[in-house]
Design a protein around this ligand. Structure first.
Ligand code: AMP
Length: 281
């Protein structure tokens, strides 16, 4: 697996014929969810770059940044089967942040006003800053993002419009463990007991989806709180039913419309997020 800490050296090393370059930005501690993005990128591009960088500016809590799992050696082994087309960009801070590690400030309107934007102040400025830097250094044809971070995908699309960039943003479905838990790098931080309880999140969302045509938002919210608050050491950061385009939470559901539920829950100190879409009859 070729690994570069400098984008300049990486681009110089890519072998022609060079038709399209797919970028998969990650923070490492790779799992099958990341690999689903890599596999899609492998199918759609002549060259693939997987970036691995734990971006400090998107963490609003120092404790979360410090606890975030890092395992570059393991990640390189995981990516080895893709080395025919893919290379790894594991940048130094200086390469991505030549002017110092600091987030820029963006105006994304309602897209960053709610959900993760409200509960993790500054998070999306950090995400947009690092993605803007990655895009300007790598100049990908396509970039791949997971719908597990649905709000992030919308923000990146808005960033591309704002900066009039050429890159195509490809949004990929959530990969889940067999028991329904959305795969996440943070899952390794769960204790055995927390990991056993964690599928309750998706199960509860599934029940709400089944009742989508009977329940109103208040009933959906009440059900989620009732179920999740009953799990020891689980605390709810938020539950919201939102418009999938503006990401504005709604308190009323109308016929023939699609909605998306967003949740964030602490299992002990580990923050889990999930999202599902539904259509109201
Ligand atoms: P992260 O390393 O958590 O920043 O994730 C890197 C990319 O992988 C992001 O675009 C995530 O949305 C995506 N991703 C993370 N987990 C999953 C998953 N379970 N299914 C699909 N994509 C995912």
């Amino acid at each position: 697996m070729l690994v570069f800490s400098s984008a300049k050296e990486l681009l110089a090393a890519l072998h022609p014929p060079f038709t399209s370059l797919g970028l998969v930005p990650t923070m490492g501690a790779l799992h099958q969810g990341h690999l689903s993005l890599v596999e899609r990128a492998m199918k759609e591009n002549s060259h693939v770059v997987v970036s691995i960088y734990v971006n400090p500016t998107q963490f609003n809590r120092l404790e979360d940044l410090e606890r975030y799992p890092r395992n570059i050696e393991e990640d390189l082994k995981t990516l080895a089967p893709y080395s025919s087309k893919a290379v790894v960009y594991a940048p130094t801070d200086e390469d991505l942040y030549p002017a110092g590690i600091q987030a820029k400030s963006y105006a994304f309107g309602t897209l960053t006003q709610y959900l993760e934007g409200a509960y993790r102040p500054g998070h999306f400025d950090g995400v947009a800053t690092v993605i803007e830097s990655l895009f300007s250094k790598i100049s990908p044809t396509k970039a791949y993002f997971g719908e597990k971070d649905f709000q992030q995908v919308q923000v990146i699309k808005a960033l591309v419009t704002l900066l009039a960039l050429e890159v195509e943003i490809i949004s990929c479905p959530i990969l889940r463990a067999e028991d329904g838990l959305a795969l996440s790098s943070r899952n390794v931080l769960l204790t055995t007991v927390q990991r056993e309880a964690a599928p309750k999140l998706y199960q509860t969302l599934q029940t709400i989806i089944e009742k989508r045509n009977q329940w109103n938002v208040q009933e959906m919210t009440a059900h989620f709180f009732e179920q999740i608050e009953a799990v020891a050491n689980f605390t709810i950061d938020y539950f919201a039913v939102a418009d999938p385009k503006t990401l504005e939470p709604v308190d009323q559901l109308f016929p023939s419309k699609s909605y998306r539920i967003f949740v964030a829950v602490y299992a002990g100190a580990t923050r889990l997020i999930d999202t599902v879409e539904f259509h109201r009859k």
